[in-house]
Write a protein that binds this ligand. Sequence first.
Ligand code: PBG
Length: 329
Amino acid sequence: MTASFPALRLRRTRASAWSRRLHAENTLTPADLIWPLFIASGDDEEPIASLPGVSRWPVARIAERAREAASLGIPCVALFPNTPHDRRSERGEEALNPDNLMCRAIRELKDAAPQIGVLTDVALDPYTAHGHDGIVDDAGYVLNDETVDVLVEQAVVQALAGADVIAPSDMMDGRVGAIRAALEENGLPNVQIMTYAAKYASAFYGPFRDAVGSRGLLKGDKATYQMDPANSEEALREVALDLAEGADSVMVKPGLPYLDIVARVKAEFRVPVFAYQVSGEYAMIEAAAAAGAGDRDALVLETLMAFKRAGCSGVLTYHAAHAARLLGI
Ligand code: PBG
């Protein structure tokens, strides 16, 4: 019997904490985190009911968040405005206003903590009266090329305000190349593009739409531009196109339900891949923890490590500050 006993016991290296640390194949640090922040148009902090623990911050208090990110070792924040409803319109012109909430927040952030990277979302949904990411025709279809023209202007406005990373989240065809060309023409060669390359039409975005005030406005769904959750080959085609058009890094979104896509993209292209652990995922973890189904801190760290294991360079997560506190610098 003992002759067949294993010489190799994989439990051996797991037997003590020092050895588990030594054999860890992946690491998670605050430097892996991008912290999404919502901007309020008023003067007060506005808690978001469907995202417990997350608030919209007035522009005047964005500097506090920037300094918090810096002190926690978080390298980058992502900004999302809750545009006042009287500034939303059919064509989302407010997106091009150099004094809109987004641009004011960018300037505040760069003033308060110039060492923190600022990533800005390019899409029209926080600015349109119908909640879609682009310009719609009479039938409600989002027009591709007309939308790209506006997104290019939006990206340049954000970059001129000081954004370091432009993140087009709209899923129009051809927008990465058009934005890249416009950034070069405007003397902004070092502004990065992190493209939402494989963004799925997901049920996990609900709380985000509350946060930017578009949930009640949205007519229909986004299935004619965001990807079908059934598809993965198509994700590779999306990534290939965005890279060919000049993207510096690519994003997969949502996160945990699409880790297979992250792993395939990383294996196929060997470029920096990011994932967005989206609002519904955050809410799910918070609900599980509140219901006593799991330990909140452990759930947060385990899910974030899963992104690293799948091949991510970093993760956008509403748990960024909390996770960074748990991890230490
Ligand atoms: C807007 C945008 C969305 C998210 C990021 N940018 C929502 C959507 O596409 O409807 C979702 C993020 C989240 O759920 O946390 N284009």
